[in-house]
Design a protein around this ligand. Structure first.
Ligand SMILES: NC(=O)c1ccc[n+]([C@@H]2O[C@H](COP(=O)([O-])OP(=O)(O)OC[C@H]3O[C@@H](n4cnc5c(N)ncnc54)[C@H](O)[C@@H]3O)[C@@H](O)[C@H]2O)c1
Ligand SMILES: O=c1ccn([C@@H]2O[C@H](COP(=O)(O)OP(=O)(O)O[C@H]3O[C@H](CO)[C@@H](O)[C@H](O)[C@H]3O)[C@@H](O)[C@H]2O)c(=O)[nH]1
Length: 330
C-alpha cells in the first residue's frame, strides 16, 4: 500500500488519481487545511487527520501494511513563510520528522518527498541542476531543505531510502477536468491571472518590475501537474525496486517565462485582456528559477509533455467547469 500525505491537495490529488490508475492501493492522510475531500479519488482510503498527530500515525502504520510513503503534506507559500516562519518550521519540518520517526518505528523504509526549487535561493547559473548550491532565501525553502537534509541523515543512520523531488512551478489541471487547483486565497500566478480575467474586476498586481531579468519581472519554470504525477509514478517504481536510494531530482520544463510573458500567454489562450499594476517586490521571491531536468530524464526516463499554454488552457477549462472550485463539484 502507498500512503500519500497531503493527497487531498492540488498536486497530491493528481498523484493519487495516477496511482489508482496504475492499480496501486492508496491511503490518503490529509487534515483538509488547504485540500478538498472531493479531490480524492473514491478508490483511495481517506483518513482525515494531521501528520503531527502521533497517535493517528501509529494507528495508520499499525492497521495498514505501507510499502512506501509519498509525502506532500506541507505549507507551501513563499510569501506567507516570510511573515509566519514558525508555521513552516512546525508543519514542514517538525511534522515531517514525526512522520519519518513513525515510519522507521514501523520499518517503513521508503519515502518520496515533495521538495522545491526554492531550496536553491539566488541562482548563479541560467539553469539550476541538482549540484547548484542550496542557499534558500525564504523560510519555506529553508524548511524544505531541512527535510531533505534530515532524510539524508536518516538514510545514512537507519537505511531509509528516499527520493526528493524538487518541483518548479506546478500548474494545469487533470485531463478529466474533475480535479484542478483550488486554493483560498489563491496566490499562484496562473490561477491569479485567470481569476482576474474571469472576475473582470480588480487589477492584477505584478510584484516587482525591477529584477535583473529580460523584462524586469520574475522568471519561473512552469511544469504541468500531470507531468509531476508521472514523475512520482516513475520514482515510486524505482524506489520500490531498489534498496538504499538517496536521490534528489529536479522536475521542471527547462523553459523560463517572465511574469509578463505568462500574462501574454493567458491573454492569448482566453482572448481577453489583463489589466495590471506594478507593485513593489514580494519578500522572499528569487528573480529567476529555471530547471535543468537532465538527471531525472536520464535516470527515470521522465520528460515533460505539456507546454505553458496547455497548462493555462487546462486550468481555464477546469475553472469554467468549476466556477466555485470544489464547491461546484456535485
Ligand atoms: N504548487 C507548487 O508549485 C509546488 C512547487 C514545489 C513544491 N511543492 C510542494 O508540493 C506539495 C503539495 O503542494 P500543493 O501545491 O498541492 O499544495 P496544497 O496546499 O494544495 O496541498 C497540500 C495538502 O497537504 C495538506 N496538509 C498540510 N499540512 C498537513 C498536515 N499537517 N497534516 C495533514 N495534511 C496536511 C493540505 O490540507 C493539502 O491538502 C507541498 O509539499 C509543496 O511544498 C508545490
Ligand atoms: O498575483 C501575482 C502572483 C504572483 N506573482 C509573481 O509570480 C511569480 C510566481 O509566484 P507564485 O505563483 O506565487 O509562485 P512561487 O512564489 O514561485 O512559488 C510556487 O512555486 C515554488 C517553486 O518555484 C513552490 O515551491 C511554491 O510552493 C509555490 O508556491 C513571483 O515572482 C510572484 O511575485 C505576481 O506578480 N502576481
Amino acid at each position: 500500500m502507498i500512503l500519500v500525505t497531503g493527497g487531498a491537495g492540488y498536486i497530491g490529488s493528481h498523484i493519487v488519481k495516477e496511482l489508482i490508475l496504475k492499480k496501486y492501493q492508496v491511503i490518503v492522510i490529509d487534515n483538509l487545511s488547504t485540500g478538498h475531500k472531493e479531490a480524492i479519488d473514491k478508490e483511495a482510503t481517506f483518513i482525515e487527520g494531521d501528520i503531527g498527530d502521533n497517535q493517528l500515525l501509529e494507528d495508520v502504520f499499525t492497521r495498514f501494511h505501507v510499502d512506501a510513503v509519498i509525502h506532500l503534506a506541507a505549507l507551501c507559500y513563499v510569501h506567507e513563510s516570510v511573515i509566519h516562519p514558525e508555521k513552516y518550521y512546525e508543519n514542514n519540518v517538525a511534522n515531517s520528522l514525526q512522520l519519518v520517526k513513525c515510519m522507521l518505528k514501523h520499518n517503513v523504509l521508503k519515502i518520496i518527498a515533495s521538495s522545491t526549487c526554492a531550496t536553491y535561493g539566488l541562482p548563479t547559473t541560467s539553469v539550476l541542476d541538482e549540484k547548484h548550491p542550496t542557499h534558500p532565501i525564504n523560510p519555506y525553502g529553508r524548511s524544505k531543505l531541512m527535510v531533505e537534509q534530515m532524510l539524508a541523515d536518516f538514510s545514512r543512520a537507519h537505511g531509509l531510502s528516499y527520493i526528493s523531488l524538487r518541483y518548479f512551478n506546478v500548474s494545469g489541471a487533470h485531463p478529466s477536468r474533475e480535479i484542478g487547483e483550488d486554493h483560498t486565497p489563491e496566490t499562484h500566478l496562473i490561477p491569479s491571472i485567470l481569476n482576474h480575467i474571469a472576475e473582470g474586476s480588480k487589477e492584477l498586481k505584478i510584484y516587482g518590475s525591477d529584477y535583473p531579468t529580460k523584462d524586469g519581472t520574475c522568471v519561473r519554470d512552469f511544469i504541468d501537474v500531470n507531468d509531476i504525477a508521472d514523475a512520482h509514478i516513475r520514482a515510486l517504481d524505482s524506489i520500490l525496486n531498489t534498496s538504499n536510494q538517496q536521490e534528489v531530482y529536479n522536475i521542471g520544463s527547462e523553459r523560463g517565462y517572465s511574469v509578463l510573458e505568462v500574462i501574454k500567454a493567458c491573454e492569448k489562450v482566453t482572448g481577453q485582456k489583463v489589466h495590471y499594476t506594478s507593485q513593489p517586490r514580494r519578500a522572499g521571491d528569487p528573480p529567476h528559477l529555471v530547471a535543468s531536468s537532465t538527471k531525472i530524464q536520464s535516470s527515470l526516463g521522465w520528460k515533460p509533455h505539456h507546454q505553458l499554454e496547455d497548462m493555462i488552457s487546462s486550468h481555464w477549462e477546469w475553472m469554467k467547469r468549476h466556477p466555485d472550485g470544489y464547491q461546484s463539484t456535485p
